[in-house]
Design a protein around this ligand. Structure first.
Ligand code: PHE
Length: 351
């Protein structure tokens, strides 16, 4: 056996000293925690060099053994202390290295966070609802797939009425249409509850039409106020407030006589051009006319009250309907209606 041969040539005392010194040296040069642990195992482990040296004690005379045992323990303690000390240094170096490796440069510009924003149509519906909400209008809704009866007949547009041609309707089946206006919600509301009624109804409507100012799907907001003694001047007051809140206190409104089957009298309502107020004959927005049409309105036709089960001699009311896209285009200077339906980020990001 090699160790026996070896120890015969030098005293066990010298062997312990030699193993101990060599261990201290290895500990000192170990470059990481793993290497350090390998040294510990190779010296102090069951089969380690110091343990092997101690196994030779059986061969020395008994009176020598305590001295050699004490010497071995002394070295063992020295080596353990050295390992602990080295371990601390290496662990600290390790942490330092990790910190450098994973360092974050806080001076670098941060990554951009992409926040969504509300679509101009949603914004406009909310703005109109908030504005008229302050006058007591409640928001309500109705179905987009509507009966022919509700969309037309119940709002005084019978089958053979020429006004049906004003709205190129999508027919889904016999007696079923995609609503071409939000006016049927007037009738639905009145049939559901007794007056007084003061509602706003925003929603999508459909007409077979498509160009820079028309889309087959667009949005309207319907307004309806029914109570005792509601008059045309109330309508004018509400619309004047509405126009000033939306477009600025300097704008005016004007009512032009017009025809809608569900109102009598009926009017188209213009707001004065917020940009040029009629002073610029070349104005891009009003085309030099000084006025922009924003909605249709009028006094609710008595026929609708009858169909709703209201008594027309007891009450009166007004209704108005506006195109949301048109209002949004005026509010935000949007040149083409189609921009609102293309989902183009470059457009939407501006809101
Ligand atoms: N429903 C009409 C349209 O779509 C607008 C309107 C509503 C007119 C209420 C008068 C009263 O053109």
């Amino acid at each position: 056996m090699e160790p026996l041969l070896f120890y015969r040539h030098m005293s066990i005392h010298a062997a312990i000293e030699e193993k101990g010194r060599s261990a201290l040296n290895q500990i000192e040069v170990s470059s990481d925690l793993e290497a350090l642990d390998a040294v510990r195992v190779s010296v102090l482990g069951k089969k380690g060099s110091l343990s092997e040296a101690l196994k030779q004690l059986g061969q020395v005379p008994p009176e020598e053994r305590p001295k050699l045992g004490a010497l071995a323990n002394e070295w063992k303690a020295k080596i353990e202390t050295a390992i602990e000390a080295r371990k601390e240094i290496l662990a600290a170096a390790q942490i330092e290295a990790d910190l450098i490796r994973t360092r974050v440069d806080v001076t670098l510009p941060s990554r951009k966070i992409h926040l969504g924003s509300l679509h101009p149509i949603t914004r406009t519906i909310r703005k109109v609802s908030d504005t008229l909400g302050r006058l007591g209008f409640d928001v309500t809704t109705g179905p987009e797939v509507e009966t022919d009866f509700m969309n037309f007949e119940a709002v005084n547009i019978p089958k053979d009425h020429p006004a049906r041609d004003m709205q190129d309707t999508f027919f889904l089946g016999p007696g079923v249409v995609l609503r071409s206006q939000t006016s049927p919600v007037q009738m639905r509301t009145m049939r559901e509850k007794k007056w007084p009624v003061r509602i706003l109804c925003p929603g999508a409507v459909y007409r077979c039409d498509s160009d820079a100012t028309h889309s087959p799907m667009f949005h309207q907001i319907e307004g309806l106020w029914v109570d005792k003694k509601v008059s045309m001047s109330d309508l004018k007051g509400v619309l004047d407030f509405f126009a000033k809140e939306l477009f600025g206190s300097h704008v005016k409104i004007r009512l032009r006589p017009s025809y809608f089957p569900f109102v009598e009298p009926g009017a188209e309502v213009d707001v004065s051009c917020a940009l040029c107020a009629g002073r610029n004959p070349h104005c891009q927005v009003c085309k030099g006319t000084g006025w922009l049409e924003i909605l249709g309105a009028g006094m609710v036709h008595p026929r609708l009250f009858e169909l709703a089960g209201y008594d027309p001699s007891e009450i009166s009311g007004f209704a108005f309907g506006m195109g949301v896209e048109r209002i949004a285009m005026l509010l935000h200077d949007i040149p083409d209606l189609r921009l609102m339906f293309q989902g183009d980020q470059r457009f939407l990001k501006q809101f």
